[in-house]
Design a binder for this molecule. Structure first.
Ligand code: GDP
Ligand code: IMO
Ligand code: MG
Length: 430
């Protein structure tokens, strides 16, 4: 199994952290390739300890795995150090964490601009995590970004920050009525942080390709999800990077011919945080029940997640744009206790049935879900470890989803713990 990509198939929070952790003993490298500390990945270890990871790859909890923050990630140095300190305090060995010299930095002005822009947008806001993600990627694409390697050259760092603030301060003061930022203070703060992690800065694309040449296994861990992808998601209600599998190559420096497997993480129902269309959303007591039973509150911002039934149009779309080879269906246990479980199998747009994701965003906004109702089950399934142990209706639910979602359901999550997983097919080929 050379390189495996693991991605979120919906709007994030599908259980990617748990899935990465589960594969931890069979891989040598885990790489984050996009996003930043907008992510919140929960990992529950066999001893019951729960960890919330934001910027650091979930592989940090697997001894022996080398973790890489790839070139496609945006790094807030203060957050990085805080997260490292939090892990170290709990006894986690963080020695095996490397950071690409080409990753871009989230600067204090990015965080300030993210927050004021959202406030300025009012009702049309995206509902970002306010972590400076969008403004940092804007600077990257505008070619005025500051990279991790700039921390190693104080003169360049000063020049870049001064040049950036010349414009950003005008924006902060004249448009948003905020205080200007002092270039010297920003640079000094960055240099102080840098001294604590300079030894981790590396040419990670070289190291990863060398590892693959030696036959080692690399897992590329996506953050967010397919529908939050800046190209393939529900634009403009998306994040500013490419969580889809294509982004894994650009964000790590690994070529597409190395990737043999794409694992899609898919919740047995649907959730979303922030604004934007969500065809199968439930606004009633059932939505509230899913939120409560599933513990659907954001790991990063603590916001309530919007909830809805499973949407097969989205699953088929995710299978298509990511080239998903295997699905990991999570949180099936949350669906216990219903007489019937509706599944959205298609949409109706302006009176016409559509089976695939509509071409325009207007149609996505107008999409009305077409439901099929499947018989439910009442048993607690959190102790099931084989597919055969599941109640017949839960098995039928999974098999039906498999038929309409575009890829086989190779693993099923029946609880947050590492061991609360049913493996039907080996997803790794290892
Ligand atoms: P990520 O961002 O994709 O890593 O997902 P989050 O960690 O934000 O949200 C997923 C939540 O579901 C976490 O609290 C996990 O511990 C939990 N979880 C993952 N898989 C399962 C499962 O199969 N069943 C249950 N009940 N919880 C799960
Ligand atoms: P994980 O990795 C769910 C959402 C935000 C907002 C939009 C843009 O835990 O699945 P941003 O701060 O990225 O500019 O916000 O994206 N968002 C997420 N939603 N899970 C995440 O990460 C998310 N990261 C960003 O809520 O709607
Ligand atoms: Mg999350």
């Amino acid at each position: 199994m050379p390189a495996i990509v693991l991605i979120g198939a919906q709007w994030g929070d599908e259980g990617k952290g748990k899935a990465t952790d589960l594969l931890g003993d069979r891989i040598q490298w885990v790489v984050r390739y996009q996003g930043g500390n907008n992510a919140g990945h929960t990992v529950v270890l066999p001893d019951g300890q729960s960890f919330a990871l934001h910027l650091i790859p979930s592989g940090i909890l697997s001894p022996g795995v080398t973790n890489v923050i790839g070139n496609g990630v945006v790094v807030d140095p203060g957050v990085l150090l805080e997260e490292l300190a939090g892990l170290e305090e709990r006894g986690v060995d963080t020695a095996r964490l490397l950071i690409s010299s080409d990753a871009h930095l989230i600067m204090p002005y990015h965080v300030a601009i993210d927050k004021v822009t959202e406030r300025y947008l009012g009702k049309s806001k995206i509902g970002t995590t306010g972590r400076g993600i969008g403004p940092a990627y804007q600077d990257k694409v505008s070619r005025v970004g500051v990279r991790v390697q700039d921390l190693l050259d104080e003169k360049i760092l000063r020049q870049k920050v001064e040049a950036a603030l010349e414009f950003k301060n005008q924006l902060l003061v004249k448009v948003y009525n905020r205080k200007a930022m002092d270039a010297e203070q920003v640079v000094d703060g960055m240099l102080e942080h840098a001294s604590a992690f300079a030894h981790r800065i590396a040419d990670t694309r070289l190291l990863l390709n060398q590892a693959l040449d030696r036959g080692e296994n690399v897992l590329l861990e996506g953050s967010q999800g397919t529908l939050l992808d800046v190209d393939h998601g529900t634009y403009p209600f998306v994040t500013s990077s490419n969580p889809t599998s294509g982004g894994a190559c650009a964000g790590s420096g690994i070529g597409p011919t190395r990737i043999t497997t794409v694992i899609g993480i898919l919740k047995a129902y649907t959730t979303r945080v922030g604004s934007g269309p969500f065809p199968s959303e439930l606004h009633d007591d059932m939505g509230e029940l899913l939120r409560k039973t599933g513990g659907e509150f954001g790991v990063t911002t603590g916001r309530s997640r919007r909830t809805g039934w499973f949407d097969a149009v989205i699953a088929r779309y995710a299978a298509r744009v990511n080239g998903i080879t295997d699905y990991f269906l999570t949180k099936l246990d949350v669906l216990s206790g219903h007489e019937k479980v509706p599944v959205c199998v298609a949409y109706e747009v302006d009176g016409e049935r559509v089976d695939e994701m509509p071409m325009t965003q207007t149609d996505v906004h107008h999409a009305v879900p077409v439901y099929e109702e499947l018989p439910g089950w009442f048993e607690d399934i959190s102790h099931c470890r084989t597919f055969e142990e599941l109640p017949a209706n839960a098995r039928a639910y999974v098999e039906h989803l498999e038929q309409i979602s575009g890829a086989r359901m190779s693993a099923i999550g029946v609880g947050p713990g590492r061991e609360q997983t049913i493996v039907r097919h080996d997803m790794t080929g290892a």
